[in-house]
Design a binder for this molecule. Structure first.
Ligand code: GAR
Length: 213
C-alpha cells in the first residue's frame, strides 16, 4: 500500500481552510496526514485549530528573521523535519521566493479567493466589488514563482450580489473553498493531477487514462 502524502499546511490567520482539510481527513475524504501546521505569525487561530486536532504546529515568526531568505530557510527546515511531501498554502499571506518554490517544485498548492487570473493579490474581494463583476469564486492552483499564477487545478464560481460587502462575498466564497480545497488535495493524493505546461489534466484514475475533456 502506498504511503500517505504528508501535508505541511502554512497559514497566517484564522485557519478555516485548514479546518476544512482537517475535517475532510477525519471524514475519510482526503487520504493524507497533516504532518505539521506552520504560521508566520504568533497567536493565530490556525495554531489553536491544529493543537486541538493534535497536529504538530509552530510559528516561524517572520518578524524574527532579518531577511525573507532566512525566514524561508527556516520554513523549509521545519517542513523537511516533518518529512512533508505536499505544501498546502491555506490563507498564507506571503509571496514565496524562487528558493522556496524550487525546494518543493510542483508540490505546493494554494487557494485564492477569486477566479484567477482575475483579482490576484491580497484584496481579492475588495477588488471584485470595486470592478463590478457579477461572478467571483475561488481557485486552487499549483504555485510557481509568480504571484497567484501557477497552473489551475480546480475553480468554483459564486454570484456577486449588488448588496454584497467584502464580508458577505468572502463568506459565500469560503463555503466553496472549504469544499474545493480538500477535493484538490485528494486528487493530488490519488496521483490524478497531470501538469502539462499551464494545463492540469485530471486523470480518471491514478496514472490511468484521462477524463476525455
Ligand atoms: C481564504 O479566503 C483564502 O482563500 C485567502 O485567505 C483566506 C484565509 O482564510 N487566501 C489568500 O487571499 C491568498 N492570497 P482562513 O484563514 O479562514 O483559512
Amino acid at each position: 500500500m502506498p504511503t500517505k502524502e504528508r501535508l505541511g499546511v502554512l497559514c497566517s490567520g484564522r485557519g478555516t481552510d485548514l479546518q476544512s482539510i482537517i475535517d475532510a481527513i477525519d471524514r475519510g475524504e482526503v487520504n493524507a496526514e497533516i504532518a505539521v501546521v506552520l504560521t508566520d505569525k504568533p497567536n493565530v487561530m490556525a495554531l489553536e485549530r491544529a493543537a486541538k486536532a493534535k497536529i504538530k504546529n509552530l510559528c516561524v515568526n517572520r518578524q524574527e528573521f532579518a531577511s525573507r531568505e532566512d525566514f524561508e530557510r527556516a520554513l523549509v527546515r521545519e517542513l523537511q523535519a516533518a518529512s512533508v511531501t505536499l505544501v498546502v498554502l491555506a490563507g498564507f499571506m506571503r509571496l514565496l521566493s524562487p528558493y522556496f518554490v524550487h525546494a518543493y517544485q510542483g508540490r505546493i498548492m494554494n487557494i485564492h479567493p477569486s477566479l484567477l487570473p482575475s483579482f490576484g493579490g491580497a484584496h481579492a474581494h475588495r477588488d471584485v466589488l470595486a470592478y463590478g463583476v457579477k461572478v467571483s469564486g475561488c481557485t486552487v492552483h499549483f504555485v510557481d514563482e509568480g504571484m497567484d499564477r501557477g497552473p489551475i487545478i480546480l475553480q468554483e464560481a459564486v454570484p456577486v450580489w449588488e448588496n454584497d460587502t467584502e464580508e458577505t462575498l468572502a463568506a459565500r466564497v469560503l463555503e466553496k473553498e472549504h469544499l474545493v480545497y480538500p477535493k484538490a488535495i485528494q486528487l493530488y493524493c490519488e496521483g490524478r493531477l497531470k501538469v502539462e505546461g499551464r494545463q492540469v489534466r485530471i486523470l480518471d484514475f491514478a496514472g490511468g487514462k484521462e477524463n476525455g475533456q
